[in-house]
Write a protein that binds this ligand. Structure first.
Ligand code: FES
Ligand code: FES
Length: 239
């Protein structure tokens, strides 16, 4: 496998990030933990089953931001090019995540995101190994539902947390936390600012690179014809 001179670009903590010389077969979890030293995101199974490695991606669709909680252990790093990325370490560090109603006091306080605060209040963590993954799935749920004014039903919480396993707390407190988030002081991503930053990321170069991500069928067929020996991945579940 050759290195690629195509930088991997994404928005993290309100800033553009460009990583060079990322091999095309490197996973997002390897980049986070081994290259960037961000070990808050955990590795459990390493094969997409446990959810310990969950991070959230944000991408522009139809002029709006769409959030997805994904398993970073089976997500090729280059596949997040041009997106926004949040790990569990970013919720308190991202200047684009702010209280919807700032506290009147000028005193600086540490404010947990509702996804974290609800886990604390509902006792959703014991050993804590699964917790970063659950918190990120909750964060994705918060952005996609609570911030849209949609209620989180028990059924929705069960469905959206079905990719996260916990082996010591049990699921009731974690499901309670999912439903508790909407009752906590609101936090919001500055989506206008983030959309503007995403728009400024240059489209990826297509020549001389080792990782191609065509977004249309004609582009895929052209790439396939040009690189008949290339390994094709879809959804990255076959990594
Ligand atoms: Fe288990 Fe990624 S480490 S799903
Ligand atoms: Fe231990 Fe979930 S708190 S595995």
């Amino acid at each position: 496998m050759t290195m690629t001179d195509q930088p991997l670009r994404f928005i993290r903590r309100g800033q553009p990030v460009a990583l060079h010389d990322v091999p095309p077969d490197r996973t997002l979890l390897e980049v986070l933990r081994e290259d960037l030293g961000c070990t808050g995101t955990k590795e459990g199974c390493g094969e997409g089953d446990c959810g310990a490695c969950t991070v959230v991606l944000g991408e522009q669709r139809g002029g709006k931001l769409h959030y997805s909680a994904v398993n970073s252990c089976i997500r090729l790093a280059h596949s997040v090019d041009g997106m926004a990325l949040w790990t569990v370490e970013d919720l308190a560090e991202d200047p684009l995540i702010r209280p919807a109603s700032p506290a009147p006091s000028a005193e600086k306080t540490i404010t947990l995101h509702p996804a974290q605060e609800a886990m604390v209040q509902c006792h959703g963590s014991q050993c804590g190994f699964c917790t970063p993954g659950f918190v990120m799935s909750l964060f994705g749920m918060y952005q996609n539902h609570v911030c849209q004014g949609q209620p989180i039903t028990r059924e929705l919480a069960q469905e959206e947390l079905s990719g996260n396993l916990c082996r010591c707390t049990g699921y009731r407190p974690i499901l309670d936390a999912a439903q508790q988030m909407a009752a906590l002081p609101a936090m919001a991503v500055d989506e206008l600012q983030l959309l503007s930053q995403l728009a400024q990321l240059q489209p990826p170069a297509v020549a001389g690179t080792a990782y191609l991500a065509p977004t249309t069928l004609p582009a895929l067929l052209a790439a396939r014809a040009e690189h008949p020996g290339a390994q094709v991945v879809a959804g990255c579940t076959d990594v």
